[in-house]
Design a protein around this ligand. Structure first.
Ligand code: FAD
Length: 286
């Protein structure tokens, strides 16, 4: 379907004005999801608003006092996989390194991953485990949603017409964190199961989020409670029996489906292995 107009605003307020006049316009960032959908005919665009020239969306701020990192929606995976961002959110950097190819990572943005909101999106389990805050803006004002309220279904978000995702704020935590995924090959692959584990040393707890094994990214409260009760956060010790229980609770939390990439059974099995390996890395001592 042909586009009717393409606008390239340079400021956030200009972009919000354009979206207020044309709330159903399609937002284009790196285009690595959108252009595939347009080219394959799965999506028709009307007006297009290009957001990757907007300076406000392409910056990050580290706040050591608050212990937070704000990433503008236009920050690309190639920026996230490198220092200094990689040092503050290593799990997000690990996820970034698994996205597509270097060419894709130069164009693809964190805002675009959130905009698509696929359960297989590699950034999303990490944002879920970090309990990220998602910032949205429209001509009517701004709002911030926790990740769990932002992703409401497979490829469905709480974003309303006329709104832009402006960025995401995550805590900078001192404990171990990691992201792993399983796919049908080693690179350029969509996850058939993925897992993000974050240790919150201060709260003496962990947060586990699973991708590609449910309609949304899934947290695993029972597995998390087990580690809070049984893990020794001072000496990074955990018993092997607890690791095995943790894997089982992760498998039980999964709600996978059969599709062309994998069976539900394999997904459930794989996600337990990923979660157990991560817990062992976070607590290397018996
Ligand atoms: C070859 C290839 C390999 C890939 N491999 C992976 C992979 O391994 N892992 C992975 O997770 N993804 C992968 N992807 C998908 C894609 O690269 C990511 O989802 C990426 O983060 C999308 O970002 P983008 O900036 O390109 O988004 P775009 O394609 O520009 O937009 C994606 C969606 O988000 C919306 N959007 C974008 N920015 C905003 C905003 N600021 N506010 C509101 N809505 C917005 C758009 O309207 C659109 O609906 C791959 C894609 C390709 C083509």
């Amino acid at each position: 379907m042909p586009t009717t107009s393409v606008t390239v605003p340079r400021t956030l307020s200009d972009a919000l004005r354009v979206l207020a006049d044309s709330p159903d316009a399609t937002v284009l960032a790196g285009g690595t999801d959108l252009m595939v959908e347009l080219n394959s005919g799965h999506r028709g665009a009307t007006d297009v608003v290009v957001v990757n020239r907007i300076g406000e969306l392409c910056t990050w701020q580290h706040n050591p006092q608050l212990g937070t990192l704000h990433l503008g929606a236009g920050i690309t995976y190639s920026e996230i996989e490198q220092s200094p961002i990689a040092g503050w959110v290593p799990a997000l950097a690990q996820a970034a390194r698994t996205v597509g190819s270097p060419q894709i990572r130069h164009a693809a943005t964190i805002g675009g991953n959130l905009g698509t909101c696929s359960p297989a999106g590699d950034g999303l389990p990490v944002l879920c485990a970090l309990e990220a805050q998602i910032h949205l803006a429209s001509a009517a004002g701004e709002r911030t949603l926790p990740f769990a309220d932002f992703m409401v279904g497979p490829k469905r978000t709480a974003r309303v017409p006329g709104e832009l995702i402006t960025g995401v704020t995550v805590p900078v935590l001192p404990g171990w964190q990691g992201y792993s995924k399983v796919g049908v090959r080693n690179a350029m692959v969509i996850a058939v199961a993925s897992s993000a584990l974050v240790v919150d040393q201060e709260q003496q707890g962990v947060r586990l989020a699973l991708g590609s094994v449910g309609p949304v990214i899934l947290r695993c409260p029972e597995a998390e409670a087990l580690v809070a009760a049984e893990g020794d956060f001072q000496s990074s010790r955990i018993r092997s029996t607890v690791v095995a229980q943790f894997a089982e609770l992760a498998r039980r939390a999964a709600r996978p489906i059969d599709d062309h990439r994998s069976t539900a059974e394999y997904r459930r099995h794989a996600v337990g292995i990923l979660a157990a390996r991560q817990l062992r890395r976070a607590f290397p001592n018996e």
